[in-house]
Design a protein around this ligand. Structure first.
Ligand code: PXG
Length: 289
């Protein structure tokens, strides 16, 4: 495997970062997870825009342009002969001293990994996912804003540990006000009648790229689409619930806190949206050449 590091493609065994990199020492950096389908990188520009917003939010100046970043992703996919795969784009603060001061880190580290993807088992897409709400509260917006896709994922990992310990693979996190924020690595949607609702980003949700695509597809399909405050009441009483994310795509949730949601099977609206999404993902995007 060839890894892109600061403008060069290097063999995997040579793709190493310093133990003084603040990405390692402090989780100081930002990242993206991007999918390639059928020889194209899906929603690449949207991911790059979010990466640069995340970087700006932590006062990290990425030393290359968005256009150069896009070229780096495409080049790395091509070098690894990726047709369907997963791209992990990482920008760390870079090498610094054993102190927090990020301004002592002079050169951000830019890493692009293009590899295969481990998907949830197909059975889960057919039957739906069980999740629990966890005690770990989503980061306060004025601590580490959840809109930042930062390298510090301990909030999400602590939640994920609770989920796995409870015997399920995903969980819902509430924000400090008690409203639903999102899942540990996915956004949440609730279907009620012909209305599709997802928490606004100020409730602690990442502005998911898949979330944005799904909102657009649902509106085009004639649904009323809203960002609104949600509580567990809305989830327990929903007709359908699903999660969205680059890795998960669209996955139905049929059980929350051991309560059956809707019919207990993936709902009609969820299945229709997933089918439309799949079609779009496999036919659009930046060509890998
Ligand atoms: N919320 C959080 C906290 C995320 O990390 C999403 C929502 C969904 O956003 P997108 O833009 O992907 O629709 C994410 C994305 C991984 C992995 O390796 C995690 C994500 C995406 C891809 C892979 O676990 N998280």
């Amino acid at each position: 495997m060839k890894i892109y590091m600061n403008g060069r493609l290097v063999p995997e065994r040579d793709a190493k970062v310093s133990v003084f990199d603040h990405g390692l020492l402090y989780g100081d950096g930002v990242f993206e997870g991007i999918r390639a389908y059928n020889g194209r990188v899906f929603t690449l520009e949207e991911h790059i825009d979010r990466l640069y917003r995340s970087a700006r939010a932590i006062a990290l100046e990425i030393p290359i342009t968005k256009k150069q970043m896009i070229a780096a992703v495409v080049k790395t996919c091509a070098a690894n002969k990726i047709k369907d795969g997963y791209v992990r784009l990482v920008v760390t603060r870079g090498v610094g001293s054993l102190g927090l001061n990020p301004y002592l880190c002079k050169k951000p580290e830019i890493i692009v990994i293009a590899a295969g993807i481990q998907l949830y088992p197909p059975k889960l897409y057919k039957e739906g996912l069980s999740v629990v709400t966890v005690g770990t509260v989503r980061n306060h917006a004025e601590a580490v804003n959840p809109r930042i896709k930062s390298l510090n994922y301990l909030n999400n990992i602590l939640a994920k540990i609770e989920a796995i310990n409870a015997g399920v693979m995903e969980c819902l996190l509430l924000n400090p006000q008690g409203y639903i924020a999102e899942a540990s690595g996915d956004n949440l949607f609730v279907v009620r009648g012909n209305t599709l609702v997802t928490p606004p980003s100020w409730c602690g949700a990442l502005e998911g790229i898949t979330r944005g695509v799904v909102m657009k597809l649902a509106a085009e399909a004639g649904m009323e689409v809203k960002e609104d405050v949600l509580t567990r009441y809305d989830v327990y009483t929903a007709d359908e619930v699903f999660l969205t994310g680059t890795a998960a795509e669209i996955i139905s949730v049929v059980n929350v806190d051991r309560r059956i949601i809707g019919s207990g099977k993936p709902g009609e609206k969820t299945r229709a949206l997933a089918a439309t999404f799949t079609k779009l993902a496999r036919s659009t995007g930046t060509p890998i050449k």
